[in-house]
Design a protein around this ligand. Structure first.
Ligand code: AMP
Length: 395
């Protein structure tokens, strides 16, 4: 893997695709700086080598050049985090950019304006990518969040740097960590797949059946499996047209000797609300008018045992409606078991979807081995897809 460590940036301009697509409030202040902090090690390495950084990113989904999507709002916070006063140019290609970049000195950082002000970015336009490529000597892709997009700055631009393109630290560590689950994992390997729907997780499940020893299925999607096996699920979330598929998955898992763990009991509620009346029932005996919103105590016990005995753990999707405190216990218990297993030497990856939000909300971020920074990108990696942004560096 060609990483930034294989290059010396002394007197070179690094053209770095970062993911500064950060949330802004109504006063245009950055409300979460995680993504800027995540790009810092790469930027600092270039500066310490004696190079300069040309940062490019998108922000939101502008239709035109609306000011609310300008990266100028990020400059102050980026300067504070990076410890260097970041310069800004109000375009990403063109004469003004070229002029600013010709004056850039080692140790300096310039942030280009939102790439998506140019529709050519998302179209993957080659001429636009060529113009971008003129902004630097070495291309560094460190934007994992957009690595699944074949855009000009994430993928197409790489062809103009046949010998001088590499992964930044963030993108490299995302690849390394997902490979610890999908390629060189230590058995027993357990995947906890939860969330709302089977349909959004089906490709992941199919891909990981060859890689795991245990598959824990929780969340709303479990009910499609329970119903397909003849259980009574009341008004719980279900995808009736996926019942056949659920049975096929169970059959495939059996053939591949993967042990599937479905919930055995559930916390049920009369309405989809935190203050609903609740009860605990067997998972396959939910009365009409009631819906399962979390896993029950027996399930917590059995899921935890499987997790604690694992050496490699993937957590993708909550096992209940964790946003409501009364239905968060199952997801918290899963986080606790993962944290305990990690403390005992297991490798744990949290990625793709709402499990990242859950782990952060319940403060388990530093008790697991790795929390992925890219939702859609991580999902596609777990689905076994080759991400265009990664392939473009490897080519
Ligand atoms: P995903 O984005 O597919 O990971 O789905 C996450 C969503 O699934 C969260 O918003 C959860 O509230 C929701 N969820 C988890 N369990 C259930 C359930 N039993 N019934 C309905 N929604 C659920």
């Amino acid at each position: 893997m060609k990483t930034i460590d294989q290059f010396n940036f002394n007197h070179k301009k690094a053209l770095i695709r970062v993911d500064f697509n950060v949330p802004l409030n109504e006063q245009m202040q950055v409300t979460d700086t995680t993504r800027i902090e995540a790009a810092k090690p790469t930027i600092i390495k270039v500066l310490e080598d004696g190079g300069s950084c040309v940062l490019m990113s998108h922000l939101g989904r502008p239709k035109d050049r609306e000011s609310e999507f300008s990266l100028k709002h990020v400059v102050g916070v980026a300067s504070d985090i990076l410890g260097v006063s970041v310069k800004f140019v109000d375009d990403c290609v063109g004469p003004e950019v070229a002029k600013e970049l010709s004056q850039l000195l080692p140790g300096e950082i310039v942030l280009l304006e939102n790439l998506r002000y140019h529709p050519e970015e998302e179209k993957g336009d080659v001429a636009f990518a060529k113009a971008l490529s003129e902004c630097g000597d070495i291309y560094v892709n460190d934007a994992f969040g957009t690595a699944h997009r074949a855009h000009a700055s994430t993928t197409v631009v790489a062809q103009f740097f046949p010998e001088t393109k590499c992964f930044g630290y963030l993108l490299a560590s995302e690849i390394e960590n997902v490979n610890k689950v999908l390629e060189d994992s230590q058995p027993p390997v357990t995947a906890i797949i939860g969330g709302a729907k089977v349909s959004s997780k089906i490709t992941i499940i199919e891909n990981i059946l060859d890689k795991v020893d245990h598959l824990i299925i929780g969340g709303g999607m479990a009910f499609t499996f329970v119903k397909a096996q003849g259980g009574k699920i009341g008004n719980s979330l279900v995808e009736d047209d996926k019942q056949e598929l659920a049975l096929e998955i169970l059959e495939k898992a059996k053939q591949k000797k993967v042990q599937v763990h479905l919930p055995s009991d559930s916390i049920i509620a009369e309405k989809f609300s935190n203050d609903s009346k609740t009860e605990v029932t067997e998972i396959n005996q939910i009365p009409d008018g009631w819906m399962g919103l979390d896993v029950g105590p027996k399930t917590i016990e059995s899921f935890s045992q499987v997790i604690l005995a694992s050496k490699t753990i993937l957590f993708n999707g909550p096992v209940g409606v964790f946003e409501m405190p009364n239905f968060a216990k199952g997801t918290i218990a899963v986080c606790e078991a993962i944290a305990e297993a990690t403390k005992n030497g297991a490798f744990s990856l949290v990625g793709g979807g709402d499990s990242v939000a859950a782990v952060k909300q319940f403060d388990f971020g530093d008790k697991v081995s790795y929390v992925s920074t890219g939702g859609g990108a991580m999902l596609e990696m777990l689905e076994g897809k080759t991400l265009p942004g990664i392939a473009a560096i490897l080519e």
